[in-house]
Design a protein around this ligand. Structure first.
Ligand code: ISJ
Length: 332
C-alpha cells in the first residue's frame, strides 16, 4: 500500500475595507467597524468589533485554501481545516471580567485539546472600555489579565502563550479570536529590549499579561519562508512606557521594537535560520488612541514601512493609558 503525504495547507490572510470583504470561503475574519453594527451578533467565526469613528474600517480574513469544518463548544465557534482552527467567542458586558475570562480560557483549551489543535499561533482580545473600571474598582484590562493568568496557571501555560493583541473597543464585553495549529511547531519569540510581559512588575496590575512578542511559523515545505506574527507592540522598553505624550516618538519606537524582534539576530536565538526586516512586513494594523494623532502616526509609518505593506489605521484604546499607539502585523 502506498501512502501519500499531503502538503500542509498555508494559512493566508488579507485585509480590505470592510465593504469590499467578499464572500470567499474562510476560516474566519476580524471586522473593525467605525459605527455600531446594525446586524445583531457575529456570524460564525466572524468577529466584529466597533472602533473609533475617526480611523478606517476594515476586514481581515483568514483562509486555508481547503474546506473547513465548523462547530461550536461552550459558546465558542470554530472553523477547522486539516492544520489550522480559527475560534471566536464573546464575554458579555458585566461588572467584572476575571471569572468569565478564566472560564473562557479554560473552555478554549478544552476545545483545542478535544479537536486536536494544541498549538496556539495567534490570539486577539478586544475589550470594551479597556481603561475603565470594574464594579470592584479594578481597571478592566487588569481584571482581564487576572482571569487569563489564573486560567493559564492552572493549565501550566503561563509562559507558553503566542503572539497576542489586546485592544480597547467601543461597547461592552470582550471579543476573542484565536488561531491554533495541529502539527506545525510555532516558536514564540521575545524582544531583546523588552522584558517578557509575564515578568512585568506588579505596578502594572496584580497579574502580569501572558503573551509572547511574536510567533514564528515555519514554512510548510523545505526552502520556503516562514511567517512571523507580531503581537500588538508599543513604545515600551524594559517594562516602561517611553516617550509619554509624544505620539511620533512612540510610533518610531514601536517600529524599532518590531525591527529588533523579527530581525535575524533575534530569531537566531531561537534556532530560526531566517530573519525579517520592516521591509518584509506584509500587513500592519495600527491602533491610534486619539483621532488627532492619526495623521502623525500615518506619516511615521509611511516613512518607515515599505509601500507593499498594507496598513490600516484604527482608532482604538491601548492597554496602558500612556500608550498612544500600538502596531501589530505579520512579516513573511
Ligand atoms: C502593548 C502591550 O501589550 C498589549 C497587551 C497584550 C496582552 O495583554 O496580551 C498583548 C499585546 C498588546 O496588545 C505591551 O505590554 O507591550
Amino acid at each position: 500500500m502506498t501512502s501519500s503525504v499531503q502538503p500542509i495547507p498555508v494559512l493566508s490572510s488579507r485585509i480590505l475595507p470592510s465593504s469590499a470583504a467578499g464572500d470567499a470561503p474562510r476560516l474566519g475574519s476580524l471586522t473593525y467597524l467605525t459605527a455600531p453594527d446594525p446586524r445583531s451578533g457575529d456570524a460564525p467565526t466572524e468577529l466584529t468589533v466597533e472602533v473609533g469613528p475617526h480611523g478606517e474600517s476594515a476586514t481581515e480574513t483568514w483562509t486555508a485554501g481547503e474546506p473547513v469544518l465548523r462547530g461550536e463548544y461552550a459558546g465558542i465557534r470554530y472553523a477547522a481545516c486539516r492544520e489550522f482552527v480559527f475560534c471566536t467567542g464573546r464575554i458579555e458586558e458585566g461588572g467584572a471580567y476575571a471569572d468569565a475570562t478564566h472560564r473562557f480560557y479554560e473552555d478554549v483549551f478544552t476545545l483545542l485539546a478535544r479537536l486536536g489543535y494544541p498549538r496556539l499561533v495567534r490570539v486577539w482580545n478586544y475589550i470594551g472600555d479597556i481603561n475603565g473600571v470594574t464594579s470592584q474598582g479594578q481597571e478592566i484590562y487588569r481584571d482581564f489579565c487576572v482571569g487569563r493568568s489564573h486560567a493559564l496557571e492552572q493549565l501550566g501555560m503561563l509562559h507558553g502563550m503566542p503572539a497576542t493583541t489586546v485592544i480597547g473597543v467601543r461597547g461592552g464585553g470582550i471579543g476573542f479570536a484565536m488561531i491554533a495549529a495541529r502539527t506545525v511547531e510555532p516558536v514564540n519569540v521575545e524582544n531583546p529590549r523588552q522584558i517578557p510581559a509575564y515578568r512585568y512588575p506588579p505596578r502594572y496590575g496584580p497579574r502580569s499579561p501572558n503573551f509572547s512578542r511574536a510567533t514564528y511559523v515555519p514554512p510548510p515545505g523545505a526552502g520556503g519562508r516562514g511567517t512571523a506574527y507580531v503581537s500588538g507592540t508599543a513604545s515600551i522598553i524594559g517594562h516602561e512606557t517611553v516617550h509619554v505624550g509624544d505620539v511620533r516618538a512612540q510610533a518610531r519606537t514601536t517600529l524599532e521594537n518590531i525591527e529588533l524582534l523579527i530581525g535575524a539576530p533575534n530569531l537566531a536565538r531561537y534556532g530560526i535560520g531566517e530573519g525579517f526586516g520592516l521591509e518584509d512586513l506584509r500587513r500592519v494594523k495600527v491602533y491610534v488612541r486619539h483621532a488627532e494623532d492619526i495623521p502623525a502616526v500615518q506619516a511615521v509609518c509611511s516613512r518607515l514601512l515599505p509601500p507593499s505593506c498594507a496598513a490600516v489605521y484604527l482608532q482604538a484604546d491601548v492597554c496602558r493609558r500612556d500608550l498612544l499607539v500600538e502596531i501589530e502585523g505579520l512579516a513573511a
